[in-house]
Write a protein that binds this ligand. Structure first.
Ligand SMILES: C[S@@+](CC[C@H](N)C(=O)[O-])C[C@H]1O[C@@H](n2cnc3c(N)ncnc32)[C@H](O)[C@@H]1O
Ligand code: SF4
Length: 412
């Protein structure tokens, strides 16, 4: 069985794992009659140590974190972006990384005040911060919560100390447990990131990680199949990992055990208790808009005349130095999405959702007529790869197993 492409980690649309390509300007782009919901992604690019499997835009911190310079640049980045989102409400904020939990409680407070004063942040907006269990001090999560953080996503990865060491993690399973306790005390909504198909991992060890993850009864779990990404230490010195068949069995076991424990698998890697889906990620998958601030962050913004994609400079120092010049030089790319790419980009996101999306989202959010893809949709439905429901765009059970093949059919 083939593996399904892992595209979006919790909240992440940052350089390193580019979700969708930015293409050259296409004058014959699209026309939208309404704008989709808008989310905000903020990238914090520093980590205590670079993990050998990680291809995110994360940089080992060699000295003190330059909080003041970072916040100044963030404010400049945000203020330059405001004309693109005038009048729009923000449904969610995701502070991702990197390791945002390296930021002090004061810095997070200043950041959220900045967003509240500049944006129409909905009163019930989901506001998530990513945290590494190795950077958690008592009281910090409570302070974050007092500032308005209402969801914490913890990078646990495994509950096995040997596995954590093989992954180059800076924390033990015991520290992860402590961080989970503190997070659950501070906020109601906690996600745990766990990976499977780890170096030398046995099926029994994977089962034990599942058991321990479920035992914490957090509202959300993300289970990722470890992938060896180009330009990482693991790509250069590949560890022995379970083969594709073994990984597929682990994936099926994860899905079954989590379902038995009351979690709904609503996306390829995401599992939620009732009412606890990640609003921010669902917005990506439903082809909503997002403003991405911070080094390497990507954004997608819709206008009545079409859709643009942006990417910030990846290097943290270059981004900080250029953002404060307030002349747009902190942007690595910004331009309209080529209309020819939109069907694939839309499906790449929408079909990851187990129940897909309402069919009218295609026209609403790409500005293209559904008829443009109706032949492909019909063929895939006839082959049993899409559900035969004209009101939704949704992969069948079989199609979901072979998502790469399904998506390839929408390539321009
Ligand atoms: C930005 S990191 C999360 C927060 C924090 N930096 C940490 O690691 O604790 C997002 C998540 O992506 C997952 N991830 C990173 N690299 C991966 C890879 N090569 N394969 C599969 N999942 C990966 C990990 O589960 C990680 O927690
Ligand atoms: S802590 Fe997270 S973001 Fe940082 S290097 Fe490790 S996996 Fe990547």
């Amino acid at each position: 069985m083939r593996r399904i492409i892992p595209v979006v980690q919790e909240g992440v649309v940052s350089a390193g794992r580019v979700q969708t390509p930015v293409k050259a300007i296409d004058k014959g782009s699209t026309a939208l009659t309404s704008l989709p919901p808008l989310a905000l992604y903020v990238h914090v690019p520093w980590c205590v140590r670079k993990c050998p499997y990680c291809d995110f835009n994360s940089h080992e911190l060699k000295e003190d974190l330059p909080e003041d310079a970072y916040l100044l640049a963030l404010q400049a980045d945000l203020e330059q972006s405001l004309p693109d989102i005038w009048g729009r409400s923000v449904i969610s904020v995701f502070i991702g990384g990197g390791t945002p939990s390296l930021l002090s409680a004061r810095a997070i407070d200043r950041m959220l005040s900045l967003f509240r004063s500049h944006l129409n942040l909905l009163p019930d907006a989901e506001i998530t911060i990513e945290a590494n269990p190795g950077t958690v001090e008592a009281g910090r999560f409570d302070d974050y919560a007092r500032s308005g953080i209402n969801r914490i996503s913890l990078g646990v990865q495994s509950f096995n100390n040997a596995a954590l060491q093989a992954l180059g993690r800076i924390h033990t399973a015991e520290q992860a447990g402590r961080a989970i306790e503190l997070a659950q005390r501070a906020v109601g909504r906690v996600n745990l990131d766990v990976m499977f198909a780890l170096p030398n991992q046995t099926f029994a060890q994977c089962e034990e990680d599942i058991r321990q993850a479920v035992a914490w009864s957090t509202s959300h779990l993300s289970f990722y199949n470890l992938t060896l990404e180009p330009n990482t230490v693991f790509a250069k010195y590949p560890p022995a990992i379970p083969d594709d068949d073994a990984a597929a069995v682990m994936q099926e076991t994860v899905a079954q055990r989590l379902q038995d424990a009351g979690y709904e698998r609503y996306e390829v890697s995401a599992y939620a208790k009732p009412g606890a889906r990640c609003v921010h990620n669902v917005n990506y998958w439903e082809f909503g808009d997002y403003l991405g601030l911070g080094p390497g962050a990507h954004g997608k913004l819709s206008f009545h005349h079409g859709i643009i994609r942006q990417a910030r400079l990846k290097n943290p120092v270059s981004w900080m130095e250029n953002a404060v010049k307030r002349n747009g030089s902190h942007l690595a790319q910004s331009g309209p999405v080529d209309g020819a790419d939109l069907p694939f980009e839309f499906m790449l996101n929408a079909l990851r959702l187990r129940h897909g999306v309402p069919a009218h989202y295609f026209e609403d959010r790409t500005g293209l007529p559904l008829i443009q893809v109706s032949k492909t949709l019909q063929q895939l439905t006839d082959q049993g790869l899409l559900r035969p429901d004209p009101s939704r765009l949704c992969a069948s059970d079989h199609g979901w197993q072979y998502l790469n093949e399904v998506l390839a059919r929408f390539l321009p």
